[in-house]
Design a protein around this ligand. Structure first.
Ligand SMILES: [Zn+2]
Length: 320
């Protein structure tokens, strides 16, 4: 089997083991450091907290975590590499940019599509900055209901970089919208839909939408377990069961989109210290502690669950 780039170098995809497909070591919105009301970022304290959270995954057999932080959300791959070193987990990072309303820096906006593809390709081949750390996948993102012109350009550039380098694509969507637009753009650049994970497809109780993405060949992200302000976990588990019953088990990828360290303030919430009160179950062990038991009660087998968190990520990455 081919290898994938982790922050500590290439790993055989066959050895990735149980994988959480979408979690964050650290996130900061563009300009996060400008909110001077927030507590300062104290690196060694933040590192200790994040390492503790990731260490807890060992108890559930997790070996690999994907951190698809785009370039424009405070990405800090040196910090991610320190977490990997201290925990022994495989951590995989991304190149690419976020959606227009909360990202896409001005630096990229005036550039032509192929110039942006060149930027992504350079990170993939030469590493991020001077770190030597190479991304393992490409992040794409679209906003709510409509793909903006800038987003379309970034998705096209990301698809071209994927075509040149062989990497897979992982997306952000809003409110279960634009997943089919993402597939259209990616396949329009000659990339198989199976090389795209349409992320955050669990944002609404919408089995027909989720199934329709899978039937076009894409992977479907149920990757926000624990964020019940967007949708309930009861709805997500019901929809996972419906996907399995519809014969679409092989398209499921599960995660929490947990942000383990917030830089600055969180839009709509403010101080990151408030997050635990707003979404008490939002932690990276929630899937194993609460969601898997719920799915078992609904008749999903241990073999199915292990297949979804082990075999599906391996098959997705093996297309590289
Ligand atoms: Zn995310």
């Amino acid at each position: 089997m081919p290898t994938i780039q982790t922050v500590l170098g290439p790993r055989d995809i066959a050895t990735l083991g149980r994988t959480l497909i979408h979690e964050h070591v650290l996130i900061g919105y563009p300009g996060w450091f400008m909110d001077t009301r927030m507590p300062p970022f104290v690196r060694h304290e933040a590192l200790a907290r994040v390492v503790d959270a990731f260490q807890q995954l060992h108890a559930y057999g997790v070996k690999t975590v994907v951190d698809p932080c785009p370039m424009d959300l405070g990405r800090d791959v040196g910090f991610v590499a320190e977490v990997a070193q201290r925990t022994g987990l495989n951590l995989i990072t991304a190149t690419g940019v976020y959606m227009e309303s909360q990202g896409i820096p001005f630096t990229l906006r005036p550039l032509e599509t192929d110039a942006i593809a060149d930027i992504f390709q350079k990170e993939i081949e030469d590493g991020i900055g001077l770190s030597g750390i190479r991304p393992g996948l490409i992040k794409i993102a679209t906003g709510d209901g409509v793909v903006s012109d800038y987003e379309r350009k970034m998705l096209t550039a990301a698809s071209r970089a994927a075509k040149r380098t062989g990497l897979v694509l992982l997306s952000h969507t809003e409110n279960c919208s634009c997943g089919h637009d993402q597939i259209d753009i990616v396949t329009g650049e000659g990339i198989a839909a199976s090389r795209l994970l349409v992320g955050h497809s669990c944002g609404r109780d919408d089995h027909p939408y989720q199934a329709s993405l899978a039937r076009r060949g894409a992977y479907v992200g149920f990757d926000r377990f624990g964020i019940e302000i967007f949708n309930s976990d009861a709805s997500r588990t019901k929809n996972v069961k419906q996907m399995i019953d519809a014969g679409l088990r092989d398209h499921l990828l599960l995660s929490h989109d947990k942000v383990n360290c917030w830089l600055g303030s969180i839009p709509g919430v403010g101080d990151p210290a408030q997050v635990d009160h707003v979404v008490p179950n939002w932690k990276m062990t929630h899937l194993f502690e609460n969601i898997f038991p719920a799915l078992r009660d609904m008749g999903v087998s241990d073999a199915d669950l292990d297949h979804i968190v082990t075999d599906n990520p391996r098959r997705y990455f093996a297309q590289m």
